[in-house]
Write a protein that binds this ligand. Structure first.
Ligand SMILES: Nc1ncnc2c1ncn2[C@@H]1O[C@H](COP(=O)(O)OP(=O)(O)OP(=O)(O)O)[C@@H](O)[C@H]1O
Length: 337
């Protein structure tokens, strides 16, 4: 478990100092994938670098599995850092070393024997799907393959935590999905805790269990991805959700409806297996009304199916109200918008 308490970080001297993090309180549970999302300059990199103390917080504490990292001596901290792997946006590989040598590097630092290194690197190459590339140099690899080397290197000393600093931001969408799938696989196989920072809601939606939204150095919203995603409270969170839901279009649609003087537009949210059931259709039929779909998404959050439809009900106000009540009783979230 990682616990950040009252964490603040100021850069620069007193009068010109910049407050990059302001009173961050965060608990990340063992084995979960925790996402931190924010715009450029929000403080994401500073926050993730404070977790392994690559950046020293100005105030507050960082605790990992009961050990206060902020109170350790330099050598104690070095020891603790072995339990924390990290991967980076631009991979940070040694360009003049082969794939094998890059992955072996942290094992050499930990003074492992050459037979131990040979065995461990072979295991890691298998795990990340690079067994056929062990003698290549980074320049001979694609971006996705380079990140796989970065992941293998980060896992070399069997860490319990993996920090991912915009790990997929330099990759195309297809490669991003492959790397996210690998991270999820590692999380499930090894029980590793993963903390990732990103500016892409798609990354959060694909693999995270919980999310914190950071803005201006403060955490403005946090919770289970499902809850934050379906009911974003803060404007900045809504912006991120819009990245993946086309809800920008919705403004136009609602504008048109309002002009026409109708009040029959409903947002219906489905979560879990219920998403695939014909509840909406059957409810409307029973009430003697019909509907048209103005906008909709059916997708998955990690492994949870969800859907959100904006529908226009063909009926009077009482029928619309009754539709909302009935849908709620039947386990959907419905509201007139
Ligand atoms: N070494 C530094 N010295 C001074 N100011 C810094 C330093 N590093 C970051 N900052 C400032 O701290 C704030 C947070 O920066 P940070 O890099 O953590 O944000 P970020 O969310 O990771 O942004 P990006 O997505 O663009 O990398 C910004 O205002 C930035 O200018």
């Amino acid at each position: 478990m990682i616990v950040l308490k009252s964490l603040s970080k100021d850069y620069g001297a007193k009068r010109k100092s910049v407050r990059a993090l302001d009173d961050i309180n965060l608990t990340i549970n063992k084995g979960e994938i925790y996402g931190i999302i924010g715009h450029s300059g929000a403080g994401k990199s500073t926050l993730i670098r404070c977790i392994n103390l690559l950046e020293r917080p100005t105030q507050g504490t960082v605790e990992m599995d009961g050990v206060k990292l902020t109170e350790l001596t330099v050598s104690e901290l070095q020891e603790q850092r072995r339990k924390i792997g990290m991967i980076f946006q631009h991979f940070n590989l040694l360009t003049s070393a082969t794939v094998f040598e890059n992955i072996a590097f942290p094992l050499k630092l930990a003074r492992k024997s050459s037979s131990e290194i040979e065995k461990r690197v072979s295991e890691l190459l298998q795990l990340v799907g690079l067994a056929d590339h062990r003698d290549k140099f980074p320049a001979q690899l694609s971006g996705g393959q380079k990140q796989r080397v970065g992941i293998a290197r980060a896992l070399a000393n069997n860490p319990t935590v993996l920090l991912c600093d915009e790990a997929t931001s330099a990759l195309d969408p297809q490669t991003t999905n492959a790397i996210l799938a690998l991270l999820l696989d590692i999380n499930q196989k090894l029980g590793l805790t993963i903390v990732l920072i990103t500016h892409e809601m798609q990354v959060i939606r694909s693999i995270c269990d919980r999310v914190a939204v950071i803005d201006g150095g403060r955490i403005v919203e946090s919770g289970q991805v499902v809850d934050v995603f379906l009911n974003p409270a803060q404007p900045v969170t809504r912006e991120f959700v819009e990245q993946v839901s086309d809800s920008a279009e919705l403004g136009d649609v609602l504008g048109r409806e309002k002009k026409a003087g109708t009040h029959q537009v409903m947002r219906v949210t489905f979560l879990g297996e219920i998403t695939y059931e014909p509840i909406l259709f059957e409810t409307m039929r029973e009430l003697g009304t019909s509907f048209s779909i103005l906008q909709g998404t059916i997708s998955r959050m990690k492994s949870t199916p969800y859907g959100q439809l904006i529908v226009k009900v063909q009926g009077n106000e009482a029928q619309v109200r009754q539709a909302v009540e009935t849908l709620r009783i039947r386990g959907l979230d419905a509201e007139v918008i």
